[in-house]
Structures are given as C-alpha cells and as structure tokens.
Write a protein that binds this ligand. Structure first.
Ligand code: HEC
Ligand code: HEC
Ligand code: HEC
Ligand code: HEC
Ligand code: HEC
Length: 208
C-alpha cells in the first residue's frame, strides 16, 4: 500500500539523523573559519611578528622586551614587566579579550590592520581606536578586587564607580599605562600624577 502525502510528510519529519547532520554541518562552518584563522593566531603569538609592521615608536615596545631579557636595560614599563614573567605574557594576550571570542575580535582587528598595511593606508604611529578593555586584564587578574581592606579600596570600589559613571569612570589602563616609561617601578609602574587624577575623580563622585 502506498503512503498518503500526510504519511510521507510524517516520515520525512522523522528523518532525524539527516536533519541533525545538516544542522551539525552548518554549526561547523564557523569552526572551520576559526581553523583557518589559527595560522594567523599562531603568528600573532609571536611578538616579533608585531614589530614586523609596527615601526617607531611601537617597534621599541618589542625591542625593550628583548633588551630587558638580556638584562642590559632595567624594566621601566608594565608591558616589559609582563614579558619578563616566568610564563611570559605576550603582546597579543593584553591586546585581546577573554576566551575564544576575545581572540577572534583581536584577529578581526588584525585583519583590518593587515588590509590597511597592504594598501599603505595607515597612520604611523598607530592610534589606539579600540581602548584596551578591562576584561583584557581581568581575565588574568580576576581577584584584583577581592582584598577588601582600605589599601585596595581603589580597586574594590571601581566596579561601582564604573556602574555609576560609565565611560567617565577610570578603566584599568587609565591608571596602569602599559608602554609609558614615566611610572614608578616600585609601585607597579604607576605614574603618580595620572593615578592621583583618577583617585580624585572617583572621590569627587563617590567620596563624601
Ligand atoms: C601586517 C602588519 C601588522 C602586523 C603584523 C601587526 N600590526 Fe598592529 N596595526 C597595523 C596597522 C596598519 C595599524 C593601523 C590601522 C589603522 O589605523 O587603520 C595597526 C594598529 C594597531 C593597534 C591600534 C589598534 C586600534 O585601532 O586600537 C594596536 C594596539 C596594534 N596594531 C597592535 C598590534 C599587535 C599587538 C600586533 C602583534 C600581535 C600587531 N599589531 C601586528 C599593522 C600591523
Ligand atoms: C585609580 C587607579 C587604579 C585603577 C583604575 C586600577 N588600579 Fe590597579 N593599582 C592601583 C594602585 C594604586 C596599585 C597599588 C600599587 C602598589 O601599592 O604597589 C595597584 C596595583 C595593581 C596590581 C598589583 C597588585 C598586587 O598586589 O601586586 C594589579 C594586578 C592591578 N592593580 C590590577 C588592576 C586591574 C585589573 C584594574 C582594572 C580592573 C586596575 N588595577 C585598576 C591603582 C589602580
Ligand atoms: C600589560 C599589557 C600589555 C602588553 C603585554 C602589551 N601591551 Fe600594547 N598596549 C597596552 C595598553 C594598556 C595600551 C594603551 C597605551 C598605554 O597604556 O601605553 C597599549 C597600546 C599599544 C599600541 C598602540 C599605540 C600606543 O602606544 O598607544 C600598540 C601598537 C601596542 N600596544 C603594541 C604592543 C606590542 C607590539 C606589544 C608586545 C611587545 C604590546 N603592545 C604588549 C597593553 C599592553
Ligand atoms: C596573560 C595574563 C596577564 C594579562 C593579560 C595581564 N596580566 Fe598583569 N600580570 C600577570 C602576571 C603573571 C603578573 C606577575 C605576577 C603577579 O603579580 O600576579 C602580572 C602583574 C601585574 C601587575 C603588578 C606589577 C608589579 O610591579 O608588581 C600589574 C599592576 C598588572 N599585572 C596589571 C595588568 C594590567 C593593567 C593588564 C591589562 C592591560 C594586565 N596586567 C594583563 C599576568 C597578566
Ligand atoms: C573607585 C573609587 C575610588 C578610587 C579610584 C579611589 N578612592 Fe579613595 N576613597 C573612595 C571612597 C568611596 C572613600 C570613602 C571610603 C569610606 O568612607 O569608607 C575613599 C576614601 C579615601 C581616603 C580616606 C579619606 C577620608 O576622607 O576618609 C583616602 C586617603 C583615599 N581614599 C585615598 C585614595 C588614593 C590615594 C587613591 C588612588 C590611588 C584612591 N583613594 C582612589 C573611593 C575611591
């Protein structure tokens, strides 16, 4: 006996495995794209790769990492300090967000930069159009606000200030500049003037 059209539709609906396979294939497409980006990601893990395009003054960021490694120069900035850790923190680790999503965003930004570079159409030094977001730091320093004693109050009140004042509140890097060499090495490379400006800005909003 041949099946009625309704029965055929019902049979097709039951063809679970095929539809599942299709859905699976569609889901895999973004992963393949990520796979081909992996070669780019491999290059981006290499600090000298960054210096291959970035000329003065940014290539000095890489140079400073290298001279500090041979101990011929004292460490004068936060980025070089990070590179000198037991497990060196690379350029891309600070310059990307958390998880795979953060890496992909950085790769997209990198692709845009690559196009600009290939066209010879870019300003030098490169302006920072994408500020380094707090998540870039907090992914490694997740316990920065855990200590609730007064000598850490500027950290644990920070999320509240940010909630209240949005972009006008300080981000990590407003106090913790990374490549400037005008900070105090004994105090986490903080520049006194820039830091105190942020202390006062928060006190104006949250202090009494
Ligand atoms: C292929 C050449 C090239 C390489 C390699 C490269 N960059 Fe760039 N980068 C550029 C160009 C060109 C710009 C400026 C783009 C513009 O302003 O249009 C830029 C901009 C930037 C900016 C500013 C981004 C913004 O808009 O906020 C940062 C930060 C940066 N690069 C960091 C890095 C780091 C870290 C690496 C290594 C992981 C790296 N770059 C490797 C060419 C390159
Ligand atoms: C208002 C300025 C300010 C802001 C904003 C700020 N910090 Fe700090 N940070 C400081 C000061 C001051 C110190 C203490 C330096 C010292 O006493 O050695 C410090 C120290 C640190 C240290 C070293 C702590 C230790 O015990 O060794 C880390 C890590 C740190 N900050 C991470 C962050 C992160 C992550 C953010 C953003 C979520 C941030 N900071 C935002 C001012 C700031
Ligand atoms: C500790 C985190 C950190 C590390 C490690 C780091 N950067 Fe940065 N980078 C920053 C921050 C924060 C800024 C914003 C400007 C500043 O604070 O000095 C920045 C800015 C930049 C800019 C934009 C130009 C400018 O000076 O504002 C470039 C290009 C750049 N970094 C390249 C590099 C390269 C190349 C390396 C590796 C040698 C590197 N960065 C390592 C945090 C980092
Ligand atoms: C890949 C992980 C990683 C990232 C990303 C990272 N850090 Fe660190 N940071 C470390 C390690 C490791 C140390 C050394 C051990 C420690 O003090 O915890 C350190 C130390 C520090 C210190 C103490 C410096 C001192 O003199 O003792 C500060 C301040 C700091 N980081 C701020 C930042 C800021 C701001 C960012 C984002 C721009 C950032 N870090 C991004 C891993 C990271
Ligand atoms: C995110 C906001 C914020 C930041 C950043 C901040 N403070 Fe404060 N600060 C406060 C608040 C809120 C109080 C009041 C605390 C209380 O009453 O318990 C305070 C109180 C103080 C006091 C006590 C003053 C008094 O009148 O009782 C001192 C001293 C102080 N802060 C120093 C600093 C320094 C130095 C920095 C920068 C390194 C700083 N603060 C950064 C929020 C902040």
């Amino acid at each position: 006996m041949s099946k009625s059209p309704q029965q055929k539709v019902a049979a097709r609906r039951k063809r679970g495995p095929l539809s599942l396979l299709l859905i699976g294939l569609i889901a895999v497409i973004p992963l393949l794209t990520v796979g081909s980006a992996a070669y780019g990601a491999h290059l981006e893990n290499n600090d000298t790769f960054c210096a291959s395009c970035h000329t003065e003054p940014e290539s000095t960021y890489v140079e400073r990492v290298q001279t500090a490694a041979t101990a011929s120069e004292p460490v004068r900035d936060l980025a070089v300090f990070h590179a000198g850790q037991h497990q060196p923190v690379t350029c891309i680790e600070c310059h990307s967000g958390a998880g795979i999503g953060g890496r992909i965003d950085a790769l997209v930004l990198g692709a845009r930069d690559l196009v600009a570079y290939a066209r010879g159409n870019y300003p030098q030094p490169s302006p920072l159009t994408h500020p380094i977001a707090d998540v870039n730091c907090v992914k490694c320093h997740e316990d920065y606000a855990r200590n609730r004693s007064f000598d850490n109050h500027f950290h644990f009140f920070l999320p509240r200030w940010q909630q209240f004042a949005g972009d006008k509140a300080a981000a990590c890097v407003d106090c913790h500049a990374a490549h400037k060499q005008d900070g105090l090495p004994g105090v986490a490379f903080l520049n006194e003037q820039r830091t105190v400006a942020q202390c006062n800005a928060c006190h104006r909003v949250m202090g009494d």
